[in-house]
Design a protein around this ligand. Structure first.
Ligand code: HEC
Ligand code: HEC
Length: 355
């Protein structure tokens, strides 16, 4: 077994064993999600965060909640190639799933944020997402007595600060996890958990396909950034508002030639290092069957297209991937592994009563 595979299997077995303990203890969909040291996860924060997640007050014009683009029934994506946006504007990237988000070391496709608490304030402020003023949102939430009461119960006093709003949202997000996938069960010793085809796909994932070089550990991501040169989404050409958003974000990140920008610079925007030009974070792959379209810009609608992309050695001019020479059958096994082995159990979701 190559070294990588062993690391992958050991990491998975450890994490799954840990998660297994929590399955045994209760039926809540909880793995032991990593927690920032200063924060303690409480049920109160989770419930408050869930209400805020569905509350359209968080957007400037009251039309949009977090759940508009992270829909529970769609594995907390919005199912679009390029995500929805604030009315009259255009988003520029795909809305990622929030399942297992607590395990991600870097957040956003370019990894510009590292904590869920910091992340939560971005969409609220973003001109093309919720377009809200953070000082205003504190007062708007304070004007709802039920919220003031719940903040007091949760935090000790009724101060509805933006930091607490972010803490509650993050607490809720940490409860969103994929539960009991066939791969988990297989690695814990249930050899019948995977079909023969999925097992062939797992071998291809680890050997000929080399997927495991980047997709390993708990969520099947290396938490790194790679320039695969994924093609631009052709939709960018159809509507100048996509480019407007691209230039706007680039300007915010002090990209000197932002007016000339024709493509998404990816991680480069954050580091300004040449190696990061068009590099994006390796995404987690759990529940991948439910989270399409795929890639940072949703350019691939199906897993077949993603597998074909890797098979032909990635996008034009990339120096990271090489053609794989997979047969049609091998591609099918690989897809079976992704779909069958990585899909968690359906977890019933209950909507909160937003005050
Ligand atoms: C208008 C659509 C939209 C809304 C509303 C929205 N998001 Fe997102 N969300 C996105 C998109 C698009 C991205 C990816 C952006 C990027 O990578 O540049 C994202 C990324 C994220 C991420 C990082 C995911 C990852 O894999 O790194 C988290 C966490 C998140 N959103 C939580 C929230 C929360 C909490 C709210 C509400 C306060 C919210 N989102 C509102 C579209 C939206
Ligand atoms: C060199 C590292 C690397 C290798 C090898 C690799 N991937 Fe990826 N994978 C990535 C990165 C980075 C992305 C995100 C690209 C983007 O968003 O533009 C990605 C995206 C994906 C996605 C889309 C996920 C989503 O949520 O959009 C799937 C599915 C996937 N890879 C499966 C595979 C499979 C199957 C293989 C093996 C045939 C493989 N990957 C090999 C780094 C890698």
């Amino acid at each position: 077994m190559p070294k990588n595979s062993r690391i992958f299997l050991i990491a998975l077995v450890c994490s799954v064993a840990l998660a297994g303990l929590s399955y045994a203890a209760h039926l809540e969909p909880f793995r032991f999600a990593p927690m920032p040291k200063q924060e303690v996860q409480t049920q109160g924060k989770v419930e408050l965060g869930k209400k805020l997640f569905f509350d359209r007050r968080l957007s400037g014009d009251g039309t949009t909640s977090c759940a508009t683009c992270h829909i529970p029934e769609q594995a907390f994506t919005d199912g679009q190639d390029i995500s929805q946006s604030y009315p009259t504007t255009r988003n520029w990237r795909n809305s990622p799933t929030l399942l297992n988000i607590a395990f991600q070391k870097f957040l956003f496709h370019d990894g510009r944020v590292t904590s869920l608490e910091d992340q939560a304030l971005f969409p609220m402020m973003s001109a093309f997402e919720m377009n809200q003023n953070l000082d205003y949102i504190e007062e708007e939430i304070r004007s709802v007595p039920a919220y003031v009461e719940e903040f007091a119960k949760t935090f000790g006093d009724g101060d509805t600060t933006k930091e607490r709003i972010a803490i509650a949202l993050a607490a809720f997000e940490r409860t969103l996890v994929s539960v009991n996938t066939p791969l988990d069960r297989y690695l814990l010793g249930d050899k019948k958990a995977l079909s023969a085809d999925a097992k062939k796909g797992m071998d291809l994932f680890q050997e000929k396909g080399k997927c495991i070089e980047c997709h390993y550990s708990v969520t099947l991501s290396d938490d790194k950034f790679h320039a695969l040169n994924v093609p631009e989404n052709p939709a960018y050409k159809d509507d100048p508002r996509y480019s407007a958003t691209m230039r706007f974000v680039a300007k915010v990140y002090h990209f000197a030639e932002y007016r000339d920008l024709k493509e998404d610079p990816g991680r480069y925007l954050i580091t300004k290092e040449k190696k990061d030009w068009k590099a994006f974070r390796t995404p987690a792959l759990l529940d991948i069957a439910k989270t399409g379209p795929y890639m940072h810009n949703g350019v691939f609608g199906t897993l077949e297209e993603v597998i074909d992309f890797f098979d032909r050695g990635g996008g034009q001019g990339n120096t990271v991937l090489k053609p794989l020479g997979l047969s049609l059958e091998e591609k099918r096994y690989l897809k079976t592994f992704l779909v069958e082995a990585l899909s968690g159990e359906e977890v019933p979701f209950s909507y909160p009563q937003v005050p």
